[in-house]
Design a protein. Structure first.
Length: 106
């Protein structure tokens, strides 16, 4: 039996397994949280409204609804590209970003 020193680096297989488990757990928890609560919060409603206004070309109204249009723009882009609602696009982006947080902090 080989005893590893505490300062020895871990194997690549172990790190990929940890990342994989973290990604799976994050995605499953995101899907679960979306499934148990179908009501979106007030900020989410404003993001969807801003994405709809951006999609219709009314950029000034979109800036009036929400001053930082990056996230609504991403929602609009994903929704229009994939062909899903802006609310679903927001859920997908949240899942992606939460998963990236898990990966970067592991």
């Amino acid at each position: 039996m080989m005893i590893r020193n505490v300062s020895d680096p871990v194997s690549r297989e172990f790190m990929w397994a940890i990342y994989g488990i973290g990604v799976i757990v994050s995605v499953v928890l995101s899907i679960w949280s979306i499934a148990i609560d179908s009501v979106i919060n007030n900020d989410g409603i404003e993001y969807v409204r801003a994405a709809e206004l951006l999609s219709s070309g009314d950029w000034q109204a979109a800036f009036t609804v929400y001053k930082w249009p990056f996230y609504p723009w991403l929602m609009m882009w994903v929704g229009d590209t994939v062909g899903i609602s802006y609310e679903t696009a927001g859920h997908a982006l949240n899942t992606l970003f939460f998963t990236l947080v898990v990966v970067f902090f592991v």
